[in-house]
Design a protein around this ligand. Sequence first.
Ligand code: GUN
Length: 283
Amino acid sequence: MGKIIDGKAVSAQVKERIRQETAALKEQGTQVGLAVVIVGDDPASKVYVRNKKRACEEVGFDSYEYALPAETTEEELLSLVKKLNADDKVNGILVQLPLPAHLDDKVIINNILPEKDVDAFHPINVGRIMIGDYSFLPCTPAGVMELIASTGTQIEGKECVVIGRSNIVGKPQAMLLLHSNGTVTVCHSRTKNLKEVASRADILVAAVGKAKMITADYIKEGAVVIDVGMDRDENGKLCGDVDFESCKDKAGYITPVPGGVGPMTIAMLMQNTLTAAKIQNGL
Ligand code: GUN
């Protein structure tokens, strides 16, 4: 039986470290603040936003929530972003995606000040990640790196396979693994012989968005298997991209869904917000 990586426990450790550092900053007169903007009433987005707000409370940040109606215009949203850019109490700005169809994610993200872009979605921050000179790590891939580190696995020289090439997960994940000297392969929907490629991986990161697609025949014996998926199975139950039951005995380490990558993403958002506050205060 592979060891189950406890994302909740690892995220609790990360948040505890952030809480202590935040308390110390407060003693020196610096309070950390995160603004979270949600447009419309997508139920999943509401849950994410609630969890982000709760994490802010846990670590001692101020959180400012802006829940705007679905009909909000681009002009109105940009005007809020600009107000938050100029607000010294706000160290980080997060605009929850997806936005309603009439709003262009790119336009909004490009208007967030890069030094307050705690999602690391702004092209300046994406570019910095590419060249390995970054302050903010994209939250989900950074959380995956922490989970891999928690197993004691060295990435250097290992075969790392990332399945999925999104801008939010797959591409930055590949960069972070590469910066750690992994030998990285990125697979996607047009990859031929996916099973064969995936089963070469010492470290496999699945970010496909297809429930239980990765079965035991996709993984190498003893591999570290990280599941970024947040899918629903045939009964509507939350599950990942990895078929946990069939893979858990073959993997060396494996993340469950829920309780794996999910809690880490929010912990890393807290980390980025703290980093932003420190940089903005010259610390
Ligand atoms: N929607 C789903 N995941 C994310 C995320 O990490 N950041 C933002 N802003 N929106 C999301």
